[in-house]
Design a protein around this ligand. Structure first.
Ligand code: IPM
Ligand code: MN
Length: 372
């Protein structure tokens, strides 16, 4: 199969982790005889520095002619503490999502058995967790009208949703539940917000088309608590843009590290695949960033291309890295000697030679080449 994958490394650790995901995809291309090309383009703070805008026209044009987008991370501290900055890196990602109609952001959260003891949460609570978060991505408070009064003493952000916007992502969530545990939990704040009441009404009406799926509801404050208290009760979580943003960061604690959480943004012709973590500026260039979220995002891209065996090969290689503790220190604090590129090297090698007999266990722990 021939695919053109636009790579937008972005800011901070984005380029480092994306580099490792490309290595994994290239290994897949070799192992399964595909042809992938990886043209790159600027986005975020890097793009502002070079062109004055976070989403240059060339970048958007490249994305539109590609088969998929591999996205790194976005954001820079120089904007975080400057509320009056006229352009911000994040606008690049938001504009891209809107332009490409990427209304559904899918964020899988899994507790890997081999990592249970690394989570700050109790093992018996999180064991078996397997959640798929369906976060609406192009509506709500992120995109509603923004206003600040003239003397800068009052501001507002409008949260708007239409029936159509709710229905299209709800369909995807119900369909996903069909091949899972057949449960959808709608997370909202319907006791307070009118927009949430619309979500409940629309999703309830739509649920009649999916009689095999159980639909239940949670207020977002309670959902935040339940996620930590009893995460195995969830299957598919369906929610609006900002609640999904917050709950998915919270849910990442279950998996042991935010550095493991991948995501797929779909809905238009071209999917975008990115880790859920940010640009982690303090770690930039130090080789300590966990590349696994980016690598698993590449696996989600392969699923999207319906290359299931290939996606599975990446997932297996990641699981092997976790099992053998070939991970960065965010997962295992003792692993300060294992760097971003070594995790990537191991995964690349295991994709090409997926047999334990080829793994040189001693070299792994010396941080050297892993395959003999
Ligand atoms: C995410 C990020 C983005 C968001 C930012 C960078 C705009 O936090 O993808 O979760 O809030 O959607
Ligand atoms: Mn976020």
């Amino acid at each position: 199969m021939k695919k053109m994958i636009a790579v937008l490394p972005g800011d901070g650790i984005g380029p480092e982790v994306t580099h490792e995901a490309i290595k994994a995809l290239q290994a897949i291309a070799v192992a399964f005889d595909h042809q992938f090309s990886f043209p790159q383009a600027l986005v975020g703070a890097t793009a502002i520095d070079a062109t004055g805008t976070p989403l240059p026209e060339d970048t958007l044009a490249l994305c539109k002619e590609s088969d998929a987008i591999l996205f790194g991370a976005i954001g820079h501290p120089k904007y975080d503490n400057d509320p009056s900055a006229p352009v911000r890196p994040e606008q690049g990602l938001l504009a891209l999502r809107k332009e490409l109609g990427l209304f559904a952001n899918i964020r899988p959260v899994k507790a890997y058995d081999t990592l249970l003891h690394h989570s700050p949460l109790k093992e018996d609570r999180i064991k078996g967790t397997d959640i798929s978060i369906y976060r609406e991505l192009t509506g709500g408070i992120y995109f509603g009208e923004k206003h600040r009064n003239e003397d800068g003493t009052e501001a507002s952000d409008l949260c708007v949703y239409s029936k159509n916007e709710i229905e299209r992502i709800a369909h995807l969530a119900f369909q996903a539940a069909r091949s899972r545990k057949k449960k959808v939990t709608l997370v909202d704040k319907a006791n307070v917000l009118e927009s949430s009441r619309l979500w409940r009404k629309v999703v309830t009406a739509l649920s009649h088309e999916y009689p095999d799926i159980t639909l239940d509801f949670l207020f977002v404050d309670n959902a935040a608590m339940q996620l930590i208290l009893n995460p195995t009760q969830f299957d598919v979580i369906l929610t609006e843009n900002m609640f999904g943003d917050i709950l998915s960061d919270e849910a990442s604690v279950i998996g042991g590290s935010i550095g493991l959480l991948a995501s797929a943004s779909v809905g238009g012709d071209i999917g975008l695949f990115e880790p859920i973590h940010g640009s982690f500026p303090q770690a930039t260039g130090k080789g300590i960033a966990n590349p696994i979220a980016s690598i698993l995002s590449a696996a989600m891209m392969l699923e999207h291309f319906k290359l299931h065996k290939e996606a599975h090969r990446i997932q297996k290689a990641v699981e092997k890295a976790l099992e053998l503790s070939v991970t960065t220190a965010d997962i295992n604090p003792e692993n300060t000697h294992i760097k971003t590129n070594q995790v990537g090297d191991f995964i690349e090698d295991y994709i090409l030679n997926p047999h334990d007999s080829n793994v040189n266990f001693q070299n792994i722990h010396l941080g050297q080449s892993t395959i003999i």
